[in-house]
Ligand binder design. Structure first.
Ligand SMILES: [Mg+2]
Length: 203
């Protein structure tokens, strides 16, 4: 079983944080649009709560404006063709901590369905292979319980967590090249590269 994270690994948000922050009047026009720039701007303005609310909007009603990373669908289809089972394991609360009560689990499932993950003729990922865990601890124990041989995630702190299950190969997905590769963790910059690293599922 290959395990794959969801946000920022399958789903690419790009400048969506900047665009929505602008729409909501949280940042001035012309401000930097990256997720980190928006977060830093709101934190510096003492508006940590606005940052939390913004995440609830993006991971909820605005998910339709996010995209798949290039090569994700091809990777999942190649796994299916190779007979290699895949599961999606995400740390995502059902509702935002603050702000309007959007169902963030429903938004994630809708995103996958709209992008054809469950279509019989394509990826054909069973809906019960999508695990949305309320806590990081829940995510880590799910990765172990599923018997994953490999787990792909964009957060080095998740892959390097002391509770990350032993015997699971960690792969860091770092398309922007922003992390220094931690020891023992393979870093990749694209989904094509994931396929090359996992030779059995080369798309
Ligand atoms: Mg992630």
């Amino acid at each position: 079983m290959i395990g794959v994270d969801f946000d920022n690994t399958i789903v690419r948000y790009d400048d969506l944080f900047g665009r929505v922050a602008l729409d909501l009047g949280l940042v001035p026009p012309g401000a930097a649009t990256s997720k980190t720039a928006v977060r830093d701007h709101l934190r510096a303005a003492g508006a940590e709560d606005r940052w939390t609310e913004l995440q609830g909007v993006i991971y909820g009603p605005r998910m339709g404006d996010a995209a798949l990373f290039p090569g994700v669908a091809e990777f999942f289809a190649a796994c299916r063709a190779a007979g290699t089972p895949v599961a999606i394991v995400s740390h995502r609360t059902r509702f935002p901590y603050l702000g309007e009560r959007h169902d963030l689990h429903a938004a994630a499932r809708d995103f996958l369905a709209r992008h054809g993950f469950h279509n019989d003729t394509g990826i054909a990922l069973p809906a019960d292979r999508v695990f949305l865990e309320e806590t990081k601890a829940g995510k880590l124990s799910r990765i172990g319980a599923l018997g994953c041989t490999t787990f792909i995630d964009d957060l080095p702190e998740l892959l390097g967590d002391p509770a990350f299950p032993a015997g699971v190969r960690p792969i860091l997905f770092d398309p922007e090249g922003i992390h220094t590769p931690p020891p023992g963790i393979t870093t990749v910059a694209s989904w094509a590269e994931v396929g090359r690293v996992l030779a059995e599922v080369r798309p």
